[in-house]
Each structure stands twice: as C-alpha cells, then as structure tokens.
Design a protein. Sequence first.
Length: 250
Amino acid sequence: MTPFLIALQFLTTFPIQLKAMPTQQQNAQSLLFYPVIGLIIGLILFALATLLHVLPVVLLSSIILILWIWLTGGLHLDGLADTADAWVGGFGDKQRTLEIMKDPACGPIGVLSLIILCLIKWSAIYVLLEKQLYSALILFPILGRLAPLFLFLTTKYVREKGLGSSIAVFIPKKWSIFIFLLCLFTTVYFAWVGIFTALIFMLTLLYLRHKFIQRIGGITGDTVGASIEITESLSLLSFMILSFYFIRSI
C-alpha cells in the first residue's frame, strides 16, 4: 500500500500523508503504480467530460485542461520547462545542460515550450470533445506515466544523489516490463487508432531516450517529467489526427 501512496502523493495534488519515511525499495516500487495514477487521473477527466457534456465545447475543453494541470500540480510541466531551457541554453555541453536544469528560474524557451504544449493539448481536447470520444481521455494519462517505467528500465540516471538514483537501482524490472506491456496493450481497445497511437508513443519515447543519452548521457528527474508531458500530449494529438482516418474503427 505504501508504494501506491508514494506514487499518489508524488504525482498528484491529493493530500496524502505518509506515516513513515519510505525506504529506497518502496520509492522504487512506487514506479509500478504510476500507470495506476494515470488511470485515476483519466477516470476523473472522463467523469467530468461526461457530467458537463452539455456545456459549450470551448468552455469544457478549458475546464478539462485546467483540471488536468491542477491534478498533477504542474510537476511535469516544470520538468518540461527546465529541460527546454537547458537544451537550448546548454549549447550541447553536458555539464552546462545539467546546471541549467537545476536553476529554478524559467527562461523564455521554457515558457514557450509550456505555451506550445498547452495549446496542443487544448486543441486536441477540443476535437476529442466534439467527436464525443470521452473514454479516450482515460488513455493518455496512462500512456504518459509509462514513460518513467521505460526510461528507468533502459537508461542510466546521471545524477548520483537524489530520489531517481535509488529508483534506478531498486526498480522491480520484471514487474515493470509486465506492467508496461500490459498497459500498452490496452490501446487495442481503440482498434487501429489505438494501435497506431501506441506505435507513435513508442517512437517518441525511443527518440527522447536517444536525445537524452546524446546530450547528457542518460536521464534526470526533469527529463523524465518532460517525457511524461511530451508523450502524453503527442499521444493525444496523434490519436485525434488518426481518428479522422479511422473514424469507423473506434
């Protein structure tokens, strides 16, 4: 139960109080519950879309996006902004890139990345609501939270100290692989649209992993957060574009 509560506390704004300081093993095991937290977020978004379906689509799209951000406390958006600033300001240098990621200030590139991502999400949500594909809202938070599983399983954590380093050491590999594949398989529910969305999701993950290794030799907490936001948003965008080509298969 503790690993689940750790994941819920870390990934959401729910008021969770742990009774004791978690062990390194429990922190690593909490990664297994990240897709479950994604499921919870997705179900809340689905319930809201269903409950408020009578509202104008433009208004409901904004409400859903704001709730989506609020539920996560903007945690992953912060990682995206830090990563974007570091990638541009680092000028290809590993050490400078890592130093910029530690800086709490958000530069213009970070702000621009947040605007672009929120615009992509909002417009895709708008189209999703127009097509009344409410159940698809459950899928994207799950896919986004598969990104940490994949990255910690396959990629070196470059900072020697911190939460991520212990997760990299103690992550339950067999269960992580099983959960990752199981969640990825759920995309089949949406027929060809879901299958191609899963393929784009995987290609995005592989590309991000390649760029992280190329620039800094692995991953950090910020790059993992950025990966959640990027894969979540691109999966949502891809799903909605594909729905116009495979509309009868959903």
